[in-house]
Design a protein around this ligand. Structure first.
Ligand SMILES: Cc1cc2nc3c(=O)[nH]c(=O)nc-3n(C[C@H](O)[C@H](O)[C@H](O)COP(=O)(O)OP(=O)(O)OC[C@H]3O[C@@H](n4cnc5c(N)ncnc54)[C@H](O)[C@@H]3O)c2cc1C
Length: 468
């Protein structure tokens, strides 16, 4: 039997989160790192995404710490006009590929085993199998880093869970740009980020809204992109919106009252003000995009689709007739899967979990820093308390609760605080870009935000306990 290859860290998955972890570990340690991925290129699920996918948050604080993403230019037209342009899927993939080729591999401390499956391990030796040659290799590692926990699902890689008759035309949204003819009706199945993207794409490509039917199993609360913009020009609204969110938490008398305050303040919004959302998935939607989506009047709220036949659409709560010349667009794959209930630092395994609400790459970078700089597992886990996955509206609050706990611990630790002050993935640094440090007015706003966040953190347990 051949002896095992050696590495300090074996990282399973070269998705965005793992890339941020490795980038930080490279900067903060002398470790050797082997990355294994089934895909041929870094970037994880972005490799399979539809061509018109884009980040829904500004690129100023997405990616890896050592390299900027995006062109720093604002959109002048379209529903994102006035805001920083959103990196497209192909840009995101090219970015991670460049990070791998221009930073990781030249460091000579990173090895990338692409097109390789991590099959399992016995003790400290992992088995990895090449998906092209079939070659098996044994790799001995000090630490195993699980970068697969997001289990990101997209329609192109996850077939629908409902029955589809043979005479029905159903495509994943990846195939929309390849359409060869017009259809009498377009039915979009799914209410998440991909469903939103499919509807916007159809509208932007001249499909009249009255020929679009949107199957909406769940309405969701959305975040407003206006409040995530980097730089001095948006400072008041980005920091101000944080202050207002903390005020809403501190002053709310019940969960219902909280969401009422958040909506009145424009901090959360939704497709239809008459329909109570039952979901929250961190989707970021601009008001311009929402106004486009509201042009679609035929929104069907009869639960999930069960079966599609030539002239019928069967859902959990009813059946509707369908024009036989309908193009069905599947957007039903759930992008977010709740991770298992495990700690980040678990013996010789490091689980890449979310540490700050809706910020997977920043979270990966924080875990990399803590791993490189701290030794005691209890102290490391105390600095890296996982934030729950977003599913229900209440998760907006539980995520803030866990995020504020982590922010408090990071601020109290001088080493972590100093690193965070320079980490480009830290959202606050994006908001502070271009700010003169001696600007007293901005300094007061930041101080007010800190005080308000402390008040909010105190109120969250009582608010959660008030649930009827
Ligand atoms: C359409 C869409 C838009 C999004 N927009 C944003 C956004 O704007 N901002 C944001 O913060 N987030 C966004 N997200 C969330 C997004 O999922 C995360 O930003 C991030 O890309 C998740 O990366 P990951 O590395 O955790 O997981 P993945 O991308 O799923 O990567 C995991 C990798 O592990 C590999 N793998 C799994 N099992 C094995 C195995 N056994 N052996 C070898 N390799 C394995 C897979 O091949 C994959 O490459 C979006 C998601 C979607 C679907």
């Amino acid at each position: 039997m051949t002896s095992a290859e050696e590495t300090d860290y074996l990282v399973i998955g070269a998705g965005a989160t793992a890339m941020a972890f490795v980038d930080t570990l490279l900067s903060e340690s002398e470790a050797t790192i082997t990355i294994v991925d089934r895909r041929y290129r870094a970037g994880g699920h972005w490799n399979d995404a539809y061509t018109f996918v884009g980040l829904h948050q500004p690129s100023a604080f997405y990616g890896v710490p050592s390299r900027e993403l995006g062109d720093g230019v604002k959109d002048e037209t379209g529903p994102n006009a006035g805001f920083y342009s959103l990196s497209s899927g192909p840009e995101v993939v090219a970015y991670f590929d460049a990070v791998m080729r221009q930073r990781f591999l030249p460091s000579r401390r990173v090895r990338f085993l692409s097109m390789c499956d991590f099959v399992g391990r016995e003790g400290s030796v992992a088995e990895v199998v090449s998906l092209t040659s079939g070659e098996k290799r044994s790799i001995r590692a000090r630490r195993f880093v699980d970068g697969t926990l997001a289990q990101t699902h997209i329609p192109a890689t996850h077939p629908p869970k409902y029955d589809v008759a043979r005479d029905v035309t159903l495509i994943p949204l990846n195939d929309l740009p390849s359409l060869k003819r017009a259809y009498a009706n377009y039915t979009v199945i799914g209410s998440g980020k991909t469903g939103i993207d499919a509807c916007l794409w159809l509208l932007q490509n001249d499909v009249p809204p009255d020929r679009i039917r949107w199957i909406m199993p769940q309405d969701a609360w959305w975040l407003d992109r206006a409040f995530f913009q980097p730089g001095v020009e948006f400072f008041d609204q980005s920091i101000g919106s944080n202050c207002e969110q903390f005020d809403c938490i501190a002053e709310a008398t019940s969960i219902e009252d909280l969401f009422c305050r958040l909506e009145t303040g424009g901090l959360l919004h939704r497709l239809d003000e008459a329909v109570e959302p039952t979901s929250y998935r961190c989707a970021v939607v601009s008001i311009g995009e929402r106004e486009q989506l509201r042009r679609i009047a035929n929104v069907v709220r009869l639960g999930r689709v069960r079966a599609i036949s030539g002239d019928r659409l069967a859902m959990e709560k009813g059946t509707l007739p369908s024009d036989p010349d309908t193009l069905y667009i599947d957007c039903s794959a759930s992008a977010i899967t709740p991770p298992p209930n495990v700690p980040v630092f678990d013996g010789d395994t490091i689980n890449l979990l979310m540490l700050r609400a809706c910020q997977p790459t920043f979270s990966g970078a924080v875990i990399g820093f803590v791993e490189a700089r701290f030794i005691d597992p209890a102290e490391k886990n105390a600095l890296c308390d996982p934030v729950p996955s977003p599913e229900r509206p209440l998760d907006w609050l539980t995520m803030w609760g866990a995020t504020l706990r982590n922010l408090g611990r990071w601020a109290a630790n001088p080493e972590v605080r100093a690193w965070m002050a320079g980490c480009r993935l830290n959202p606050i640094n994006a908001f502070l870009r271009g700010i003169n440090p001696s600007d007293a007015e901005k300094g007061q706003m930041l101080q007010a935000m800190r005080e308000k966040s402390a008040r909010a953190a105190q109120q969250i347990p009582a608010l959660l306990a008030s649930r009827s």
